[in-house]
Design a protein around this ligand. Sequence first.
Ligand code: TYD
Length: 135
Amino acid sequence: MKPWQLIDLPRVQDPRGNLTFVEGGRHLPFDIARVYYLYDIPGGANRGGHAHKELQQVLIAVSGSFDVHLDDGHNTEVITLRRSYTGLLLRSMVWRVLDNFSSGAVCLTLASMPYIEDDYYRDYNDFIKAVGSKS
Ligand code: TYD
């Protein structure tokens, strides 16, 4: 089973503007410990370039669009996020790179843990070695 998955979030459509909400433990398989967002991303920039040992998170393109390159050491996939009501659930041990941000794109992230630098693999070769030793 791939350690990533698209999640349809609830949508309340309204002529005054649409609304989406997320409850940890209900729409996501974890309680939300942290929220952060990427914004003011210059053209051509990329973010991510790491994997997490334990952290799970959900990425949402609340504005604009961007591509997420995913790699679990066995399978790769590129997913474009462009809808404010679609979340991309990333379980642990997924190498991810975000790029191709549209102008004004905002990537909202809901995370299962606080920021812990020790939870990161920042070197792709270290990540691949760790995947190999676990499978
Ligand atoms: P990083 O996770 O490397 O960003 P990205 O992978 O999206 O390119 O984080 C960049 C910097 O921000 C790094 O110095 C750590 C800091 N940071 C925090 O202090 N708290 C957080 O919740 C996050 C996500 C990052």
